[in-house]
Design a protein around this ligand. Structure first.
Ligand SMILES: [Zn+2]
Length: 255
């Protein structure tokens, strides 16, 4: 249930209120929405700052890492003075400086299925900004269970990818994508990443999230968007549901 915007919010979000396809209805939805950002590294910092500034009412940040010097090249919510702090604490402080009009919950540990599922059920959208396969798979599985839309992002070297899974019947999930395109085995710890790449991918994750929440524009559900930063080119692929997908296939052998 959306609520009316305060005078302060009308001023703060006026550039979104001016958008014919966004406007008051969408902004009112943002204000009452809860979004999880899992991973507050490069992707998570980029995505969370726009979600926060744009007025998503409640953010849940999940990350068990602490800030290291080598993070600062691309993880823009953390500064020199934050080295050694939990990333969720550093991000929390930076985000509230950007926009004190929202609330932020922090979780500085890896959550097991039951605890994570409970949090996911309280969310309207979940962003996968993690950097490892186990977490990606866990998040996909639990978002499917909770029927919560998942906005998945990854970036490495000069390459980025974004995909949106709404977990509705006959739409693909992250596991279907892995089956078709292979899994990203490497992480930027081994392979490196050029700083703005994570900003591009994280910003696109935030854009799709705002569209999902506000009911604006067209969300590229079940498509894989690939960005090649070396040539600055985008490619989009339609993903099919994998009929034997262990997560989303509902044909359990009955037919
Ligand atoms: Zn699937």
């Amino acid at each position: 249930m959306a609520e009316r915007l305060t005078d302060y919010q009308r001023k703060r979000y006026t550039r979104q209120l001016l958008l014919p396809s966004f406007g008051f209805d969408a902004q009112e939805q943002l204000v009452v929405s809860t979004v999880m950002v899992l991973g507050v590294g490069g992707l998570g910092c980029a995505a969370a700052q726009y979600l926060c500034a744009a007025g998503v009412g409640h953010l849940i940040l999940v990350d068990d890492d602490s800030v290291e010097l080598s993070n600062l090249q691309r993880q823009v919510l953390h500064g020199e003075a934050d080295i050694g702090r939990q990333k969720v604490d550093s991000a929390h402080d930076s985000l509230l400086r950007l926009n004190p009009d929202i609330t932020i919950e922090t979780v500085a540990q890896k959550l097991a299925d039951a605890a994570l599922l409970k949090k996911i059920k309280s969310c309207h959208v979940v962003l996968d900004c993690s950097d490892n396969l186990d977490t990606r798979r866990q998040l996909n599985r639990l978002c499917f269970q909770a029927e919560t839309p998942l906005v998945s992002g990854a970036a490495i070297r000069f390459e980025g990818q974004v995909a949106v899974f709404t977990m509705q019947e006959s739409t693909p999930c992250y596991e279907c994508l892995s089956q078709r395109f292979g899994e990203q085995q490497l992480s930027c710890v081994e392979s490196g990443v050029l700083a703005p790449l994570v900003g591009i991918v994280g910003s696109l994750q935030a854009l799709e999230t705002l569209k999902l929440l506000g009911g604006a524009g067209t969300v590229p559900v079940g498509k894989l968007m690939l960005f090649d930063g070396a040539y600055s080119q985008w490619q989009t692929f339609q993903l099919e549901q994998w009929k034997d997908c262990p997560v989303c296939s509902r044909s359990t052998g009955a037919d």
